[in-house]
Design a protein around this ligand. Structure first.
Ligand code: PMP
Length: 337
């Protein structure tokens, strides 16, 4: 997957790390299929850097500088706000009161003159995941896949651009994968900072500035692990089983556990739920978290903006880990309902 030959490194930085951030899309093919007319880049700045880079690079694709956004959670809302700095943003559906569903595509008003349509494939904070690929009638489709990248197969050919911060499923923070169709390069706005300019970075194999080589190295190991474990299709099978274990308990709990998200778009990566009653019982949720922590299960607290509990079941969380959480949830309900 990555060039990794032992070398004597006369440059700065730790020895024996890959010297190039360049990746041939065909090498990525062992984990996900990427057609030859796409560039894969390894950049810095995280998911947030990339949702800024998207309008800077793509909103100028058409003269009108319009972009369509689906706003179904915190991350797409932040992305839309960022894009407003550079052009006209059209939120394609009626504003949502809460981020617990994906508005039916029949209610979307897409602008045929938009430069691109943007959505966040998995809203990490709210646990809302798209199980459909939005139909855009030929308009370039852009997706933030930061929190479900390589958790399931993706037909890259349907997208103009996909980006994903590594820190959920493919490594550690520091590197962000950007997969862009070649014909979309060359349209960056003049004010686009050069490190965010896809054309520059693609031309220089992601080496315009110093790459986060340790994060890239770790990602190489994780990609190898995914490949050796059956690729993204096998990850999907496992992730379906893991998330079903938790959703089944929630659904069978007679309202002791409540997931606020519409069944059709419940995320396989992030399962948010309340304990005790619909809007959550603070004391019981604290007990739940304390008890989990005593059993070595940590980071279950929901995002501070929504509260409650959130079980994140990224690729690195095993079926056994998930079974341990499921057993704890059953036991906790028995003791506290
Ligand atoms: N998009 C999504 C879907 C995310 O989950 C996150 C971070 N959790 C971001 C964007 C922002 O990523 P970063 O913190 O790397 O900027």
């Amino acid at each position: 997957i990555m060039e990794h030959k032992p070398t004597i490194n006369f440059g700065a930085g730790p020895a024996k790390l890959p010297q190039s951030a360049s990746v041939d899309p065909r090498r990525f093919a062992c984990v996900t299929n990427i057609p030859d007319n796409y560039k894969v880049m390894f950049l810095q700045g995280g998911g947030s850097g990339q949702f800024s880079a998207v309008p800077l690079n793509l909103i100028g694709l058409k003269e009108d500088r319009c972009a369509d956004y689906l706003v179904t959670g915190t991350w797409s809302a932040k992305a839309a706000k960022e894009a407003e700095k550079y052009g006209n943003v059209n939120i394609v559906h009626p504003k949502l009161d809460s981020y617990t569903k994906i508005p039916d595509p029949s209610s979307w008003t897409l602008n045929p003159s938009a430069s691109y349509v943007y959505y966040c494939c998995n809203e990490t904070v709210h646990g809302v995941e798209y199980n459909i690929t939005p139909e855009t009638n030929g308009v370039v489709l852009v997706s933030d896949m930061s929190s479900n990248f390589l958790s399931r197969p993706v037909d890259v050919s349907k997208f103009g651009l996909i980006f994903a911060g590594a820190q959920k499923n493919v490594g550690c923070a520091g590197v962000t994968v950007v997969i862009v169709r070649e014909d979309l390069l060359g349209h960056a706005l003049q004010e686009c900072p050069i490190v965010l300019d896809y054309t520059v970075q693609a031309d220089m194999n992601s080496l315009y500035n110093t790459p986060p080589c340790f994060s890239i190295y770790i990602m190489g190991l994780v990609l190898e692990w995914i490949k050796n474990n059956g690729g993204s299709a096998a990850m999907e099978t496992l992730n379906k089983r893991k998330s079903a274990l938790i959703y089944d308990i929630i659904n069978a709990s007679n309202g002791f556990y409540v997931c606020p998200v519409d069944e059709a778009c419940q995320s396989r990566m992030n399962v948010p739920f309340r304990v005790g009653k619909k809007e959550g019982d603070d004391d019981l949720e604290k007990k739940f978290l304390d008890g989990a922590s005593k059993l070595g299960m940590i980071s279950l607290k929901g995002h501070r903006s929504v509260g409650g509990i959130r079980a994140s079941l990224y690729n690195a969380v095993t079926l056994e880990d998930t079974e341990a959480l499921a057993a704890y949830m059953r036991q906790f309900q028995k003791e506290h309902q």
